[in-house]
Design a protein around this ligand. Sequence first.
Ligand code: IPE
Ligand code: IPE
Ligand code: MG
Length: 238
Amino acid sequence: MSELKKLPRHVAIIMDGNGRWAKAHALAVAQGHRRGTETLRAIIRESSDIGIEALSLYAFSTENWKRSAAEVNALMSLLLEYFTGEIDELDENNVRIRILGDKDGLPGPQRDALIAAERRTAENTGLKLNIAINYGARDEILRAAKALARRAKDGTLDPDSLTAADFENELYTRGLPDVDLLIRTSGEMRLSNFLLYQCAYAEMTFPTVLWPDFSLDDYHAALRAFGARDRRFGGRNG
Ligand code: IPE
Ligand code: IPE
Ligand code: MG
């Protein structure tokens, strides 16, 4: 990727289209999700290789519990399989894993595997890999508001001196830079409750390719598109 002059520090991806991919191949939806994890593996490796600082992937939303028990179970099994199968390689590649979302709402084995992955990689200094599981931005913002309200109530925080940094410290993404580039595959053009606060000035791309078919070429195209954008943040460039 030597032609990439201006890399985003923080890339967020809404990995969408597994269901449509499965349908198009006359396969069960779980097979679509399984194929999706292969894309995930390739994109994580590439992000690490080209020196992306932070990569945030939307794997399961607070709204995805609405799906059938069979699909939710398949996703949860895949999650466990992924984390137990990949953790050695991720750790060897110096990847630091953080889970965005409410781990307490997950089944015990999944919760334990995620906590173990976070602990094991906590001192790693390479790619900051954030996986959003049981994540919803509204839930995240509400939790932050509650945490700050509690501190105001017990007298450890003065509401009048509350700063944006204080608020950001209560988000799952504390310490990470804002999202620079958001990619959503499958052609849908919405955020679906992903990183609403952190995407305030994100550049967005919506490739129509379904997530299981999202290739390194597609990823590079999104990164190149980012490099060509004129980011103004409300000001003027030249
Ligand atoms: C995204 O693929 C993965 C998850 C939401 C877990 P979908 O399952 O939403 O795929 P489509 O949108 O039905 O094609
Ligand atoms: C967003 O995709 C969630 C993930 C990719 C994990 P959805 O497929 O759940 O979103 P909607 O329902 O199309 O908005
Ligand atoms: Mg979808």
